[in-house]
Structure formats: structure tokens, C-alpha cells
Design a protein around this ligand. Structure first.
Ligand SMILES: Nc1nc2c(c(=O)[nH]1)N[C@@H](CN(C=O)c1ccc(C(=O)N[C@@H](CCC(=O)O)C(=O)O)cc1)CN2
Length: 402
């Protein structure tokens, strides 16, 4: 937080100007293409709320979304809003960000903006899809199977479908009730496996308890396993000289964040906190493939803090809020926080907030680079899913970019 809560009239001039530019932009986009749902992500009210609430992170995310939307809109060919291209004055006013940062308590770490990097990747994907469409008249297709009505799962599935639309993929989905049988879920998977228009098939996790996750994940065709959860893909990841067709999205996103932030992985000591099939274990394997020396720690590891303090790169995926304290970190370490923990927060509108596994306020005084939660690894999960689906479609079509 900024530490202060601005009222609109007290906002710095640069922020007010950005608000009104944003409003004009959204009006233009809506008149050019009223049906475009993703404009909602650049919603004026949200943007203004981010500024007026004094929530620095939300503000930063919103202003990046705003700029990226301008770029996306030109990639998608909304020519009626050509006038918004190349507008350098849409950049977030640095003076405000600088001021916010000093109020926060002068963090020494640079923040890895996962939202912005994910957006960049989506733009790159949208460009390739456009080339594919014009060269062969086909685009990638992603199918999602949702079982039950968990609110978080419904939200993630909606985000995946919206992300598909944004980059020009076809998206397919089946929503089964909580009471669906295992056979019904398997049948939905088999149907998508056999559909030539579908290049990626995933089943949103977690599944209801009466359904065997191992069976369902194992039923996805390995050629369409864009979640990278199939034991064949995981096994290949673990073996020297073998390559998986797909790597699971969250760990792949962690490595992509490191690489795109210019972090040298080779020769470094890395610690992965947590050994889950979905994040910890594949993240450790990926770091090894980048020639890091990797230690995996977990709830039975003695001297957790000491092992972490000896590491140049820390990937925290334990699912324990605020676990990694500032004193656990080597000065200058790079910290990737995979945790998504909902904790009670009577000060927030809905009574809770999302925090990571890292005690961010302390860690950002010690680390050199750090991902925030939200807005770090989370958005990369969906960007990597799109990237895997694009790779799958390229293979299926024999499409090679020139
Ligand atoms: N079949 C799969 N199921 C699940 C996966 C998966 O990769 N494949 N991962 C998670 C859920 N998930 C995507 O499916 C996912 C989780 C979190 C985020 C995200 O952007 N999080 C935000 C914060 C949380 C929020 O705002 O609600 C962030 O970190 O900024 C995206 C996707 C489990 N199931």
C-alpha cells in the first residue's frame, strides 16, 4: 500500500490524466467492437479504484493492463482505434510510482511483474496465431473439463477461456456436475482426445474426491497434455536425454520469469521449498535442466532456514502463508513465490486477501529480485498453458514459423 489513501481530488495530476486517457481509450474500443468482452479487464472503474485506493500493486497492474490492451488491440486488428498506437504518454507516470515506492519502505528488491510478462507472452502468441490463421486458415484449440462448482476452479476456467479468446484460440469446454461419475469424466476426456480441432485437453484440478485424479490425468492423450501432468511427460522431464512433449504450466512459468528477468540459473544454488507433483518436483527438475544445483526441502527437512539462506534462487511452493522470512534469505537472492494462500483480512472489501509463502515485506528488503502475490507466478500459469497449446497445434499442423 502507499500508506496513504488518496481521494480523487487529491490525486497527482499525472494520475488524473491517465484516468481520463484510459476512459477515452475504453470508450473508443467499445464503440469499435462492443462485443469484445476482454475490454472488461481494462475497466475504467477498476483502474480509477486502483489509483484512488492507494493500492500500489493494483495500480501498477492496471496501468500495465491498459498499455498492453492498446498493443493487443492493434495485434487483433481493431483498426478503428489506430490512433491509440504508439502513444508513449500512456506509460504509467514514473514520478508516482517512485513516490509510492519510497512510502512503502524503500524495498531493495526489484519486483518481477508476472502480470506484465504474461501479457507480453500472450501478445507474442497472438501474433503467431495470426500468422497461422493467414497461412493455413487454422488456429489452436483448447478444451477444458470442469467437474463440480468450486468457485476458484470456475474462475480459473473462465480466465483460461477468456485468455484463449484474447489470443485467437478456439476454446471448448464441458462442465460436469459434482456428482458426475469417473466414467463420465473419462468419456469427456476421450471425446476431446479424438477431436482434431482440439490441440490441448485439460481437466481442472482438484477433482471431487470420488474421482481418481491419477486415472483421469493418465487418460489425457500425451500429445494433447498441455498441463504436462501425464506420467509419461513427467517421467521424460526427469530423465537425462529425454524431452517431455509438455511441461506443467506453473513451474514452467517460474523458469520463464527467471529467464525473462535476466537471471543466470546455470551454476547457481537453488532451493525448492515443497515437493508436490504439480509444482515443487517439476520446478526442481527444470532448474536442474538449466544446470543449477538444486536442493528440495519439505516439512521433514531440518534446518529449513539455513538451507534456504545458502541459496541464490528460492522457489517457495509450500502452501504455507508467510513461511519464508527475510532472515531465511541470502542477501541478493532471487525469490519466486508460488504460494496462493487466502487469509482473513477484515480491512479488505471481501474480508480476505491472497498472500504468498514468502513474507514479502521482509523478503523485499533482502532479495535482489522477487515476485509478488498476486501478480507474480499466478498469471504465468495461464500464459504457459497457451504457449503449450500453441506448441501442440504447431506440431499437429506441421506449422513452422518463418
Ligand atoms: N488442470 C489444472 N488445474 C489447476 C492448475 C493447473 O495448472 N492445471 N493450477 C491451479 C489453478 N490455476 C489454473 O488452473 C491458477 C491458479 C492461480 C492463478 C492466478 O493467476 N492467481 C493469482 C492470484 C489468485 C487470484 O487472484 O485468484 C496470482 O497469483 O496473481 C491462475 C491459475 C490449480 N488447478
Amino acid at each position: 500500500m502507499f500508506g496513504v489513501c488518496h481521494r480523487r481530488a487529491e490525486l497527482p495530476k499525472a494520475a488524473l490524466r491517465l484516468c481520463s486517457l484510459h476512459q477515452n481509450f475504453v470508450t473508443d474500443v467499445l464503440s469499435a467492437s462492443p462485443a469484445v468482452e476482454n475490454v472488461a479487464s481494462a475497466d475504467c472503474a477498476c483502474f480509477e479504484q486502483a489509483i484512488t485506493s492507494g493500492d500500489r500493486q493494483l495500480y501498477s497492474t492496471r496501468s500495465h493492463e491498459f498499455q498492453k490492451l492498446v498493443k493487443t488491440s492493434s495485434v487483433l486488428g481493431w483498426n478503428t482505434i489506430d490512433k491509440w498506437k504508439n502513444r508513449h504518454d500512456l506509460l504509467p507516470p514514473k514520478s508516482i510510482l517512485k513516490k509510492e515506492a519510497s512510502i512503502i519502505s524503500s524495498p531493495s528488491a526489484n519486483i518481477i511483474d508476472g502480470e506484465a510478462i504474461a501479457q507480453e507472452i500472450k501478445l507474442e502468441i497472438a501474433e503467431v496465431v495470426e500468422k497461422m490463421r493467414s497461412a493455413i486458415g487454422k488456429v489452436p484449440g483448447l478444451a477444458v473439463v470442469l467437474v463440480g462448482s468450486r468457485r476458484d476452479s470456475e474462475t480459473y476456467v473462465r480466465r483460461k477461456q477468456r485468455a484463449c479468446e484474447k489470443v485467437g484460440f478456439n476454446s471448448y469446454g464441458v462442465s460436469l456436475p459434482e456428482t458426475a461419475t469417473e466414467e463420465e469424466v473419462l468419456e469427456a476426456v476421450r471425446k476431446f482426445n479424438a477431436d482434431p480441432n482440439v490441440h490441448g485437453v485439460l481437466v481442472q484440478l482438484p477433482l471431487p474426491r470420488h474421482i481418481c485424479e491419477e486415472k483421469v490425468v493418465g487418460a489425457v492423450s500425451i500429445q494433447k497434455d498441455v498441463d504436462g501432468f501425464h506420467p509419461m511427460n513427467v517421467g521424460r522431464l526427469a530423465m537425462q536425454g529425454r524431452a517431455p512433449l509438455f511441461v506443467s504450466c506453473t513451474p514452467k512459468g517460474c523458469i520463464e520469469l527467471l529467464l525473462r528477468s535476466g537471471v543466470q540459473i546455470e551454476g547457481k544454488h537453488a532451493v525448492v521449498i515443497g515437493r508436490s507433483n504439480v509444482v515443487g518436483m517439476p520446478a526442481a527438475l527444470l532448474l536442474q535442466r538449466q544446470n543449477a544445483t538444486v536442493t528440495v526441502v519439505h516439512s521433514h527437512t531440518p534446518n529449513l532456514a539455513e538451507v534456504t539462506r545458502n541459496s541464490d534462487i528460492v522457489i517457495a511452493a509450500a502452501g504455507v502463508p508467510f513461511m519464508v522470512q527475510g532472515s531465511w534469505l541470502k542477501p541478493g537472492a532471487v525469490v519466486i513465490d508460488v504460494g496462493i494462500n487466502y487469509i482473513e483480512d477484515p480491512d479488505s472489501e471481501n474480508g480476505y486477501r491472497v498472500v504468498g509463502d514468502v513474507y514479502y515485506a521482509e523478503a523485499c528488503q533482502v532479495a535482489s529480485l522477487i515476485t509478488p502475490v498476486p501478480g507474480g507466478v499466478g498469471p504465468m500459469t495461464i500464459a504457459m498453458l497457451l504457449s503449450n497449446t500453441l506448441d501442440s497445434a504447431k506440431l499437429a499442423f506441421g506449422f513452422v514459423e518463418n
